[in-house]
Design a protein around this ligand. Sequence first.
Ligand SMILES: [Zn+2]
Length: 531
Amino acid sequence: MGRCEFVGQALAAAVLSSAVALAVSRTSLAAGALFERATPESQGLQLTVKGGTAERQGDGTWLCKAPQSFEPVWVDVTGLGDYSEALGLEYDFYAADFSVLNHCFAFLCSSDGGCTRWTNAAASDEGVWNRVTLRKDDPKISRFDPDNTDYIEKFADWSKVARLRLMFLRQSPNPVTFRIGNFRPIQPAKARPAQPGERRIAFARVTALSERGDWEETAAFLEKIGFTDLFACVARGGHAYYDSKYLPKCLNLAKGRDSVRECIAACRRHGIRFHAGKANWNAEHDDTPADFLARMRAEGRFQVAADGTECRWLCPADPRNRELELNVMKELADLGVDGLHFDYCRYRDGNCCFCERCMRRLSEKVGRAVKSPAEVKADKALHDAWTQLRVEDITGFVKDVAEYVHAKHPGVEVSASTGRTPDMGLLDRAQDWPDWAKKGYLDFVSPMNYWWSPVVYRHILEQQIRYLKGVKTKLYPYIGIDCSKYSRLPAESFLRELDAVRANNLGGFAVFALDPYAEELLPKMKEQGVW
Ligand SMILES: [Zn+2]
C-alpha cells in the first residue's frame, strides 16, 4: 500500500469537465484554471491587501499584489456572511511560486470580539489552485487576537463573522502576486443508503490497530462497526509476520506471534472475511533481517535503477524471485485465508529495472546489444519493448497466483491494491490491472483512490468503471481516510466519496487505513446509520 499522494498529482485538465464544482483540492489543473464555484460568494465581499492592491477578476477571484517589505502579507476579507450552519469555511488560493510566501495563519474574527486562529491556511502547491479548508472542528484551532497578538478567551461567533484575516509570513522581502477567491461555507454531506450485502473492507497496516498485538480486538472492532472484510499485510518482499517456509520472520514481531493463524482464528469468530495481504517484491522495510538482504544482494536479485543504484525491491524478471513470491502466495492460500491480496504488485517505478538480466533479455528481444539505460530512455521503441517485458513479468506472476488459487481453493478471492489508472504513469510501474481483470485473474480490485476532493474522486471512479466495463471483476475502490497525520479525510468528504461508490452500485469499498482516526470516524458512521 502506497502512501497518500494528495499533492502534485498529474491530473489532465480534461478529466475535469466544466460541470465540475466544489471541493477540488491540490490537483494539478492547468496553471491558472479555476474550479467552478458551487455557490456564488457573497456580493458584499470585499478584499484588501495591506499596503498593496486587490483587484476583482472576471472569474470572481481576486488578484492580489503585495509590495516589497519585511512585514508579513496581510489580507483582510469582509462581507463573508453567516457561517453558523456550516462546518467551516473554505477558499481557493493560487500562487505561481512560493519563494516569497511562507506559512499562513488565518484569523476569523466575529463582531462580538471573538477570534479563531488556524495555523496552516495555505496549501503550497505552486502553479495550481489549492483548496484551503478552515474547519470548526480542527483540533489545532486557537484563540488569538490578530491585532494585538494576545490570546483571548472567546471563540468567534460564526453567525457574526466580521472579518477573515490571512497573515502570510515571508521567506524574502520581494514583492509577491497571488490569487484568492471562492470563499464559501463547508456544507454537511450525506451518502445515499447502503445496498444490501455491501462489502466494507478495512486495510490494517501491521503497524496500526494490530500493532497493539491483538487480532481478536481488531476483528471484534470490525464486527462492531459493521465491516465485513479485513486486508492485513502479513508478508513483505523480505520478511513475513507469520511462520513461513520461504521468508524469514519480521525482526520486530514478538516471539511466538503468527499474524496469519491469529487473524484467521479471530476473523472466523467475528464473521469477518480475512484477506492475507502480501507486499510483493518490496523489501524496503526496516524489519527485514540483514542476512536475507545480504544474500539477495550477493545473488544479484534486487532491482537496479538507471544510474546503477540498487533498489531494495526484488527484480520480477529473476526466476528465483518469481518462485519465492509464488511460493509465499501459495503458502498463504493453503493456510485457510478467505482471500489473497496483492499489494505493491509492480516494478518499483519507471526507473527500474536495469539489472544485468533485464538488460540482457531486452537485447535478446530487440535483436541487438542494448548498451545502457540511457539508450533505453532515449529510444521510444526500445523503451516500449522494455515496458512490455516488465508488464509481462507482473501480469504473468498475477496469472500464476490466480490460476493456482482459483483451481485449488475456489472459495478464496484474489484481489489487489493498485494504482488509480494504468495510463497515469502507472504503466511505468508495469501494473496493468485492467488487463488482469479482463483475463479473469482478479475477483475484485481496489485502486488506491486517495483524494481529498470528492469531485476528483468521482471522476477517477468513472474512469475506472470504464476500464472494467464488461468484466466480472468487482471494483471495491479505496477511500483514503487516513494516509498520514497530515491528510485525514473529513467526515463529509468521506460521505461524498462513499456516495460516489454507492451511486455506481459497486457493492463495496475499502478504507485505508485502520488506525486511530478510523477508530473514531467509522463508529460514528455506523451510529449515524450510514450503514
Ligand atoms: Zn531486473
